[in-house]
Design a binder for this molecule. Structure first.
Ligand SMILES: Cc1ncc(COP(=O)(O)O)c(C=O)c1O
Length: 372
């Protein structure tokens, strides 16, 4: 089956770089190469001297050493460095899935986790979010009921895009036990891991608790460096990584050496980056709390405990053109419409960037002028 166009990127292609205010980004505030290099004495000189040859297909050894520090059990040979997080979702799915396999995906989801298995000919079952009070939840009994002897993989995303939901350690272990009984792979998109608003919400990477678990990490989100295009798969089953590596030789072969150097430096200093990025989130979130408390008759606000995004429900009928389109055209503020996730009546809001407060002021003007 032909793969469906990637809705989110189609939308961003139209609006991301020509809309003045952004209120929906899913990453943390980025930084310049100069500022990144300044985190380490002599960083700039070393970068200038970095060799521009091919690098190891698995990822430069120095970088893989830094990545192992994010996990408990992971060794350098349990890692495959890739281009961003998008390439490894594609490659893992192509390497592991066969037509007619069944796949379970948390829903709504980052579209690749759904559309790629679908394009391979898999049957994709949506494990749907439910709202209990003001908390998004994924019910484990629902998951249990969806598993059959044809289930090949469960695709998780925790912390979750777009709801900001995250599993607890206990829930994660229950899912692992369900998967282990039948040898099901768990592909866990953990691109927002380490950006929990409080440490108590941090749970292990799936790779540390399940021998057939694959953790997906990336520099783009928690660490705020999407321009590096460096991501990775961590997996203790060498056969899985080998299958993915064989496909990677047809896509990118190896990664950009300068990006690997910069990613290694960033990860050596990741605690500094994380506290900078969390500080921005913690400044921005109370502004959203205030905004949504003031306009609670219009919007349902589900405050996340992790990551830089939330999923907001609109409690009013949308007109034509839709709400998000009107906000873009009248106030030059970018929100992400729920339709991107096949969920009308919602929009995604992002609060990981420094300029979020300015965007919120514009958005509030729109709300006051048009909805009150
Ligand atoms: C949940 C999730 N997974 C994967 C990706 C892809 O990340 P990247 O752009 O670094 O390839 C994104 C990007 O928005 C994401 O939100």
């Amino acid at each position: 089956m032909k793969i469906k166009p990637f809705q989110l990127e189609r939308f961003y292609t139209l609006y991301e770089f020509n809309t003045e205010y952004s209120l929906c980004n899913s990453d943390s505030e980025a930084m310049s190469i100069r500022d990144l290099l300044a985190l380490e004495e002599g960083g700039s000189e070393k970068f200038q001297d970095h060799w521009l040859g091919y690098t190891d297909t698995k990822g430069a050894l120095d970088l893989r050493k830094e990545i192992t520090a994010i996990y408990e059990q992971v060794k350098v040979d349990d890692l495959l460095v890739c281009s961003g997080a998008q390439e490894p979702i594609f490659l893992f799915s192509q390497a592991i899935l066969e037509p007619e396999d069944e796949v379970i995906v948390q829903f709504p989801c980052y579209q690749s986790m759904h559309s790629i298995p679908e394009s391979i000919g898999c049957k994709v079952f949506n494990w749907k979010v439910q709202y209990e009070g003001d908390e998004p939840r994924f019910n484990l009994e629902d998951l249990k009921a969806m598993i059959t002897n044809k289930t090949k993989a469960i695709y998780l995303n925790t912390p979750h895009n777009p709801t900001g939901f995250h599993f607890t350690k206990e829930e994660q272990l229950e899912i692992v036990n369900l998967a282990r009984e039948r040898g099901i792979f768990i592909f866990s998109d953990e691109v927002y891991r380490e950006l929990e608003h409080e440490e108590k919400y941090l749970i292990p990477g799936i790779v540390d608790v399940y021998e057939n678990g694959v953790s997906l990490g990336v520099m783009s989100k928690s660490y705020g460096l999407p321009g590096l295009r460096i991501g990775w798969l961590a997996c203790r089953n060498p056969k899985v990584l080998e299958k993915v590596a064989i496909l990677k030789e047809y896509t990118t072969i190896c990664n950009a050496g300068p990006s690997e150097f910069l990613a290694g430096l960033a990860l050596r200093n990741r605690k500094k980056l994380l506290s900078r990025n969390l500080a921005i989130i913690k400044e921005n979130l109370p502004l959203l709390d205030r905004f949504f408390a003031k306009h609670s008759h219009l919007f349902s606000w589900y405050r996340p405990h992790a990551g830089p995004i939330a999923w907001v429900k609109m409690n009013f009928e949308e007109s034509n053109p839709g709400f998000v389109e009107r906000v873009i055209h009248e106030k030059k503020v970018l929100l992400l419409p729920g339709e991107i996730y096949d969920q009308s009546g919602f929009f995604r809001i992002g609060f990981g960037r420094k300029k979020m407060p300015e965007a919120l002021v514009q958005f509030e003007e729109f709300v006051v002028d048009n909805l009150l």
